[in-house]
Design a protein around this ligand. Structure first.
Ligand code: SPV
Ligand code: MG
Length: 311
């Protein structure tokens, strides 16, 4: 039997918004770059000695992971068309909320079309970043990071919000001021504009090796929300400052944590080591410990259709 998702787009789309309201701890979503990695993000769970089950709350459709898995750079080469194909692939075999990387979002008209398409597929949210098309990956220390005019980007958010049909789709604004080295006042000024434009959540991105700057931003952001009488979730992508624990981020105000590229990078490393082991030994035996046993793989891709939960 095929591994099939367990819910209809209408049922899946609003899951993240509901979780953001009800969660009493940090929500975590994990990058996927194809159906198989999505099954891992959707289904991996561990249980503690006390019996508590821990799993991911959703799936991050990462632009970097999607393009890298095609052997391409993360520079908005293909637009959202290829990403939509990946969303379909992932949606087919999973049932947790999906959040999609929209890069710069393209033009206002492109963004509006994409929002409609994503809503229809049951995607929970789209993140767009305030850089000029075509953007470079934020963690690339060599390529330039060119910021969009904040008012132009705020208009894009407002237009995106106007396009959506459902109440439960989230358009999330990602601030790249710290990535571009423009400092905290610039980042907070942008947060204020994007909040007023109607963003459903704010991502503050950082490539610092320490969490200090996102924690400082979170303090300013809480004041901003208080001053504007808003309660809009804050999101982070702790790739370069991975030493900080989720609970600490939650206490600082981060409701959603994106683990952005870990499955792609771990797969790359294992694949490379496997290829090298075969070359080195002139046979496959030494590569076996680096590989998943076939029965485990079959089990992953051929489960029975999941039982449909009764609401
Ligand atoms: C991605 O996963 O594609 C992201 C996060 O946008 S980052 O690579 O850190 O920019
Ligand atoms: Mg990206």
């Amino acid at each position: 039997m095929l591994p099939l998702r367990n819910n209809l787009p209408e049922q899946r789309r609003g899951l993240l918004k509901k979780l953001l309201v009800s969660a009493t701890g940090p929500l975590r979503i994990l990058e996927s770059h194809n159906g198989l990695s999505a099954l891992i993000a959707n289904d991996t769970a561990i249980s503690s000695s006390s019996g508590t089950i821990t799993s991911f709350d959703g799936i991050w459709i990462s632009g970097l992971a999607e393009t890298a898995s095609r052997g391409l750079p993360d520079i908005e080469l293909q637009g959202l068309t290829a990403r939509l194909a990946l969303c379909r692939e992932v949606a087919m075999v999973t049932d947790k909320p999906m959040v999609v990387d929209g890069d710069t979002g393209g033009t206002i008209e492109q963004l509006q079309y994409h929002i409609r398409l994503l809503e229809g597929m049951g995607i929970s949210g789209l993140i767009i970043e305030d850089k000029v098309f075509p953007k470079n990956n934020s963690l690339d220390m060599v390529k330039p990071q060119v910021l969009e005019d904040p008012d132009v980007f705020a208009r894009k958010i407002a237009a995106g919000k106007q396009a959506q049909l459902s109440e439960d789709f989230l358009l999330i604004a990602r601030i790249e001021a710290l990535i571009a080295g423009k400092g905290m006042p610039e980042a907070l000024m942008r947060a204020q504009k994007y909040l007023l434009a109607g963003a459903d959540a704010i991502v503050i991105h950082s490539r610092s090796g320490r969490p200090d700057e996102v924690l400082e931003f979170a303090r300013g952001y809480q004041e901003l929300c208080r001053a504007n009488q808003l309660d809009v979730p804050l999101v982070c992508i702790p790739t370069t400052y991975g030493s900080i624990k989720e609970e600490e981020l939650f206490e600082a105000g981060f409701k959603l944590i994106i683990y952005a590229n870990f499955l792609l990078r771990s797969a790359y490393l294992a694949m490379k080591e496997t290829a090298e082991a075969i070359l080195e030994h002139g046979r496959s035996l030494e590569a076996e410990p680096l590989c998943c046993p076939l029965p485990e793989l079959f089990k992953c891709i051929e489960p029975a259709v999941r039982a449909v939960p009764k609401n």
